[in-house]
Design a binder for this molecule. Structure first.
Ligand SMILES: Cc1cc2nc3c(=O)[nH]c(=O)nc-3n(C[C@H](O)[C@H](O)[C@H](O)COP(=O)(O)O)c2cc1C
Length: 373
């Protein structure tokens, strides 16, 4: 058996394989509530054979949404539609994860494919359009066109922490198997971590220890509120790719702390602030997962332009990471794990397909002379 299709356990959760879907915002919710789009978008990845599907950045407060179209878990009414998704994922062989997030100063942004706020009045009503003043570690804009955020005071920070905890309880009520704490991509926790966005003069700004303080307070509260039997992952921007920003050394220190708080895996992404010089290319972030894994001594997920089965298998075989996460390649081919297994393994890989499709795809491949069985 290949490493990619070897099961892997985290606490009481066993993933059937090591191919996971990274969280991907769909900007398609009204008032933070999941709908049929989210069910079908995510459900196809379970049908396609991924071992774990992580629901997009789900905001713990309304003002913590990247856009008005984000999912949220700040209200009990948001639980049931997410439960339907978690149940479907599990019923179709995938573990169900959810990423809990707060966008900080990157909140109230336009929907990416629009690029600006160009909604007509009719669209605003249909989409439940909203815009608002974000909160952040410091009262500094993300970019010149971003809204000016309000600096969080200690009462505001306590509200954010309590909102994370409440969203953790709701994630459990929705039946999720794992949660991922979003502390990457220039969003609130990354803003505290990074000298690029954190210019506070109190005990939450300045030294690395101070900049880690609030993210680690959140991380501790989140882990304490999540059942011990269930794993928690944390997503980090391992480097900002900006002079004076977060370095790998900073992230090793952060990952060690997260590990000691009971985080089971670090999902190693990078960047999130304007002006980053990112060396984009195939597998460009895999070395980050490798260094966090070896230097912090914690399991990692590698992500970023991992597209082929052989690349994924080699990342796992060489011990660079414990899981491989796909985002855009999963959109391109939701059946990626099934196809990867057909490429990497011999034998009756069609047994991994859903009953409704496996026998038919086997017959098709037989008719084409691709298999002899
Ligand atoms: C449409 C889209 C939405 C995304 N939304 C999120 C998100 O909600 N949370 C997150 O941490 N990363 C998000 N990302 C980043 C991906 O999870 C992933 O790290 C990135 O796309 C690199 O992986 P890839 O090369 O396989 O696409 C998003 C990416 C895309 C393409």
């Amino acid at each position: 058996m290949t490493k990619l299709f070897e099961p892997l356990a985290f606490r009481d959760l066993t993933l059937k394989n090591r191919a996971i879907v990274a969280p991907m915002c769909q900007y398609s919710a009204r008032h933070g509530v999941a709908n049929d789009w989210h069910l079908v978008h995510l459900g196809r990845f379970a049908i396609g054979g991924f071992g774990l599907v992580i629901v997009e950045a789900t905001a713990v407060t309304p003002e913590g949404r990247i856009s008005y179209g984000d999912l949220g878990l700040w209200d009990d009414t948001q639980i049931e539609p997410l439960k339907r998704i978690a149940d479907f994922l599990r019923a179709n062989g995938a573990a169900a994860g959810i990423q809990l997030a707060h966008a900080g100063r990157k909140a109230s942004s336009p929907i990416p494919w629009r690029g600006k706020f160009n909604e007509t009045d009719d669209e605003k009503a249909a989409l439940a359009f909203e815009s608002w003043t974000p909160v952040a570690p410091s009262a500094e804009r993300h970019t010149a066109s971003s809204p000016l955020p309000t600096e969080l005071d200690t009462a505001g920070m306590a509200r954010v922490r309590d909102s994370f905890v409440a969203a953790v309880h709701r994630s459990d009520a929705a039946g999720f198997d794992m949660i991922e704490l979003h502390s990457a991509h220039g969003y609130l926790l990354n803003q505290f971590l990074s000298p690029i966005a954190n210019h506070r003069r109190d005990s939450y700004g300045g030294s690395r220890e101070n900049r880690m303080r609030f993210p680690l307070e959140i991380a501790a509260a989140v882990r304490a509120a999540w059942p011990q039997s269930k794993p928690a992952f944390a997503r980090i921007s391992t480097v900002d790719w900006i002079e004076g920003g977060v370095t790998v050394e900073d992230s090793v220190a952060y990952a060690k702390q997260l590990k000691s708080l009971g985080y089971d895996l670090i999902h190693c992404s990078s960047s999130g602030f304007d002006g980053a010089r990112i060396p984009v290319g195939p597998l460009y972030q895999v070395p980050l997962a490798e260094v966090i894994r070896s230097e912090a001594g914690v399991p990692t997920a590698a992500v970023g332009l991992i597209t082929t089965a052989t690349e994924a298998e080699s990342i796992l075989q060489s011990g660079q990471a414990d899981l491989v996460a796909l985002a855009r390649q999963a959109l391109d081919d939701p059946n990626w794990p099934l196809h990867a297994q057909r490429e990497l393994e011999r034998g009756d890989v069609y047994a991994s397909w859903p009953n409704q499709a496996g026998y038919a795809v086997r017959n098709k491949d037989r008719a084409l002379g691709l298999i002899k069985t």
